[in-house]
Write a protein that binds this ligand. Structure first.
Ligand code: PHE
Length: 499
């Protein structure tokens, strides 16, 4: 008997998958990546990456989850003997990301409240680093706990774990069905307003103006693939987990196309909104747009507060709306990433959902406290960089090799996907997975090693990046092997996995 919980509706699953995909990366990463890599010309490699890696990998992960009906470790264990470690590796990576992603959502939540009074005054930079984060002087100096950051972190965890405890249909599905439409509506309001501000046209011009001179540069293509991977939550164990809750009769390929295009659509919208706003700011300051372009934490918590303060009217509302968008986009991604280890623990140790949410979620929440300290931002920055470059990318590479290079298993997956779906996938799918994606990810990995052996990331002291970066990334891999060695507490599963 299969008593695995299920999504209530197809739309519910798609909403949850899209909710995971649409995250902070869409809003604060994509616009700058596109701008720096050729503007309008970037859409060519980006679309290529979406079609040759993004969607094929989504189809693959959806198929794995649906066919093997398990968390990522269980699905990989059932897929091929001795492959469970890969599932745990991805789960461990997700665990690390969850601990600091929660902190960023917490900052967004704080800033949504600060927006009403524009508490940052005329010095958003000093406000964010000094008054809010109380950032320590040197990396590695943990300092004390900052209550102003800790309280929203606790809130974020209460909401996230509260939703997860309610389960798939009543928790995750409903939350996404509320949060994603709210996010889209709020974001559209902001984009429309931004487009009608002075200078918006110059901002859009900067964003869309194609620069073809770099199109042959591998760096541009690597950036496109990197963005697609991160943005579609591929290689995080998320999509395997979410698709394990699909009903027996469902669609796979079409769902992957919808998820992929919805995410890219939002990304494009974010690019338009962010650049219209940046154009406005450049206009206010009388400088060219390229002087105000930024990404990540700086864009969200320093540049945007400035823009909000300069808004002609309703500053409080627009600030609140912007930071609520970050919060909602972040929450739906956090929910998906925590579900990977909640599901993994539940499958492996045969415990109730409540227990695995309490233990897995509780532990992640506890570790999050690290990011509410005065040294939290340095730890976050380093852990984020290393877990992405030497976690996600490497685990993604291992995944395409494991799945793409074993012809028999790959064919089984292809047949399974085709027996379910409207859209039939052919040999192009096997070529994308087995050849194109491994080459690109392999190239990325080699480049990453070279860059990081040459210079320390972020100019941090070596000792600091060793423990906050390298060690964290490699601990995730080791955790994968250790967890594989433990027996499945469910005898049926153990017996089948051993076969
Ligand atoms: N797709 C997410 C984003 O763009 C990536 C992510 C997913 C990050 C889940 C964390 C958790 O931000």
């Amino acid at each position: 008997m299969d008593n695995r919980p299920q999504w209530g509706t197809r739309a519910g699953f798609i909403m949850a998958a899209v909710g995971s995909a649409i995250g902070l990366g869409n809003i604060w990463r994509f616009p700058a990546v596109a701008y720096e890599n050729g503007g309008g010309a970037f859409f060519l490699p980006y679309l290529f990456a979406l079609l040759t890696a993004g969607i094929p990998l989504l189809i693959m992960e959806f198929t794995l989850g649906h066919k093997y009906r398990g968390s990522s470790p269980l699905s990989f264990a059932r897929f091929r003997k001795n492959s469970e470690w890969l599932g745990w590796w991805q789960v461990a990576i997700s665990f690390v990301i969850a601990t600091y992603y929660a902190a960023i959502i917490a900052w967004s939540l704080s800033f949504a409240v600060f927006s009403f009074k524009q508490s940052w005054g005329s010095d958003p930079e000093g406000f964010f680093f000094g008054k809010y984060l109380k950032l320590a002087e040197t990396p590695g100096d943990i300092g004390g706990i900052v209550p102003g950051v800790l309280i929203p972190i606790i809130l974020v965890w209460i909401v996230t774990l509260g939703i997860l405890i309610k389960g798939i249909k009543k928790g995750i599905e409903i939350a996404n069905k509320i949060m994603i439409p709210t996010l889209v509506v709020l974001f559209l309001i902001i984009v429309v307003r931004a487009l009608t501000l002075d200078g918006a046209a110059a901002g859009l011009d900067a964003f869309f103006k194609p620069d073809w001179s770099e199109i042959a540069n591998p760096k541009v293509w690597v950036a496109a693939y990197g963005q697609i991977f991160f943005s579609l939550s591929i290689g995080f164990a998320i999509m395997v987990t979410y698709s394990s809750y699909l009903p027996k009769k469902t669609d796979i390929s079409n769902n992957a196309f919808i998820t992929g295009f919805a995410n890219s659509g939002f990304e494009l919208l974010a690019g338009i909104g962010v650049f219209a706003a940046l154009g406005f700011m450049a206009d206010q300051q009388g400088v060219p747009v390229n002087e105000v372009v930024g990404s990540g934490v700086g864009l969200a918590f320093i540049v945007f507060p400035k823009i909000i303060s300069e808004f002609p009217a309703f500053n409080g509302f627009f600030g609140f709306a912007f930071f609520m968008c970050l919060t909602l986009a972040g929450l739906t991604s956090l929910i998906s990433i925590v579900e990977t280890f909640v599901a993994g623990i539940q499958d492996k140790f045969n415990v109730s959902r409540n227990k695995s949410v309490a233990v897995g979620g509780g532990l992640a929440a506890f570790i999050s406290i690290l990011f509410a300290t005065k040294g939290g931002l340095y730890l976050l920055d380093s852990a984020d960089y290393f877990i992405n470059q030497f976690g996600i990318v490497l685990a993604g590479l291992a995944e395409v090799i494991l799945v793409g290079w074993f012809a028999k298993e790959l064919k089984t997956l292809q047949n399974h996907a085709n027996s379910m779906s409207d859209i039939i996938i052919g040999s192009w799918w096997r070529i994308c997975l087995g050849i194109i994606t491994p080459i690109i990810l392999g190239y990325m990995t080699i480049q990453n090693f070279i860059t990081n052996f040459k210079t320390n990331y972020g100019d941090y002291p070596t000792a600091f990046i060793v423990y906050s970066g390298w060690a964290v990334a490699f601990a995730a891999l080791i955790a994968g092997f250790i967890l594989m060695k433990l027996k499945w507490k469910n005898n049926d599963v153990q017996a089948k996995v051993e076969k």
